[in-house]
Design a protein around this ligand. Structure first.
Ligand SMILES: *Cc1c(COP(=O)(O)O)cnc(C)c1O
Length: 443
């Protein structure tokens, strides 16, 4: 087919795909309405007003803005308490605060959903098989070859925490029975990752997590179930905390910041879990008492208010991209109409060139830095070279449209975010055109 004809065919295909997806897109919008209703109710009940949006300085003792925002997060996400701060620097930082807050030397940590997200390996201090690279504090150090890159002496392993990795099953689902089996006398934390991360496996639904928590409680009532909730917020009807998890953790430059947060993270859960994490976050004895909120929390309130809408837009875009790229012959996960529990769309390209062409096309359709070409590079916390496409207003924000890929076979891109459906749709169309031009896929 000549290129002009191919372009026409692509537009016709996009029309068809969009028509087929209309009921699904409507369902995403309905869910966003229900989430917004809950957010409004929480903001009204906690009498959020102008004074909550005013910055505080110094120690920030009795900061009403911070207290109000935490009350709203706790209520909407179904926890007793929350720690929400623009000073939590990333999702990894928030998760480290949770893990170091809950675990003590000698405690067991069960990693229930396989190898955790790449940046958590150095936090825990494990290699990709789940083995501690550092011996417990006071024992002889590992030889330099055994110590994976970027592991320092401050990991959980180095402090004497004992991790147990429960591998995923061969179908990519998590091994519920195996994880419950792995709980021992000394187990303090059972860790669940909701999203797929950089792994081409199904993400975990809140329903699956609920069923798992029930099993965990039956065997060990007092372990903490900690959920890495990154990318999951507002995707389903409920959050893992509604399903019994003790603590959920996420980044504000992903779903809950609504594109307006310039940074930050949150932890929501039981009073005990949040206060233990807060003692680690600030200092023992101080916990949640301090924390000034210069330059004010207006963006975080407004971002939370907008978040369900943006998540719905991102989900509409992800399902459009999935349907379109599947028709061009690429393997996608989840399929366009499969239930979603996170905002991530995995697309398998099978070769490095097609992957890089796709990522370059996403970058070209960005509002910022559209002229740069994303190239594979080392990233702190990641073992493989990583390419990140995304010209975002907030640096590295994946609430905004972005696509990342670790450079390893089978060359999978992870597409996520998008503040408007139109943007994701335009980028997906542009990428499809580029792939066809370069001879990848066919229409
Ligand atoms: C993004 C992410 C993290 C880490 O968040 P950063 O903000 O990049 O540090 C952890 N877990 C999962 C599943 C994530 O998607």
């Amino acid at each position: 087919m000549d290129l002009g004809g191919e372009r026409e065919a692509l537009l016709a295909l996009a029309e068809t795909v969009e028509r087929e997806l209309a009921p699904l897109h409507r369902a995403f919008e309905r869910r966003a309405e229900r989430h917004l209703e809950r957010i409004l109710a929480a903001m009204q009940r906690h009498r959020i007003s102008g004074q909550h949006l005013v910055p505080s300085t110094g120690y920030g003792l009795g900061d009403v803005g911070r207290r109000g925002l935490e009350a709203v997060y706790a209520e909407v996400f179904g926890g007793e308490a929350a720690l929400v701060s623009p000073h939590i620097l990333s999702g990894t930082h928030a998760l480290a605060v949770a893990l170091f807050g809950l675990l003590r030397p000698g405690d067991g940590l069960v990693l229930a959903t396989g190898v955790p997200y790449d940046t958590l390996l150095p936090v825990i201090g494990i290699d990709a098989e789940g083995r501690c690279a550092d011996p417990p504090f006071g024992e002889a150090p590992a030889s330099e070859e055994r110590r994976p890159r970027a592991l320092g002496p401050g990991s959980l392993c180095a402090l004497g925490v004992r991790p147990t990795l429960v591998p995923l099953r061969s179908d990519g689902r998590f091994d519920r029975e195996g994880a419950i089996e792995a709980i021992r006398e000394n187990t303090r934390v059972v860790f669940v990752q909701r999203s797929r991360g950089y792994a081409n496996v199904p993400s975990r639904s809140v329903e699956e997590i609920a069923d798992f928590v029930e099993g965990v409680r039956r065997k060990a009532p007092h372990v903490f179930v900690l959920v890495d909730n990154c990318y999951g917020e507002f995707v389903e009807e409920r959050e893992p905390t509604h399903a019994g998890a003790d603590l959920i953790v996420g980044s504000l430059i992903k779903n809950p910041g609504g594109g307006l947060a310039k940074g930050g993270g949150y932890l929501v859960g039981s009073e005990e879990a949040v206060s233990r994490a807060a003692e680690r976050y600030t200092a023992p004895g101080i916990g949640k008492e301090i924390g000034a909120t210069y330059p004010g929390l207006g963006d975080l309130y407004m971002g939370f208010f907008l978040a369900p809408h943006h998540v719905a837009e991102a989900l509409k875009g992800a399902s459009f991209a999935a349907a379109l790229l599947a028709r061009l012959g690429f393997a996608v996960s989840p399929a366009a109409d499969e239930p979603r529990t996170d905002i991530i769309q995995a697309i398998t390209f099978g070769n490095r060139d097609a992957l890089l062409d796709f990522l370059a096309a996403v970058q070209e359709m960005s509002p910022v830095d559209a002229f740069v070409t994303p190239v594979p590079d080392e990233m702190p916390g990641y073992a493989d070279l990583v390419v990140m496409a995304g010209g975002t207003f907030v640096q590295g924000s994946t609430a905004e449209l972005s696509a990342d890929a670790p450079i390893r076979p089978p060359y999978v891109a992870y597409l996520q975010g998008g503040l408007t459906y139109a943007h994701v749709k335009l980028a997906a169309l542009h990428a499809a055109r580029r792939l066809l031009e370069k001879g990848h896929g066919r229409i």
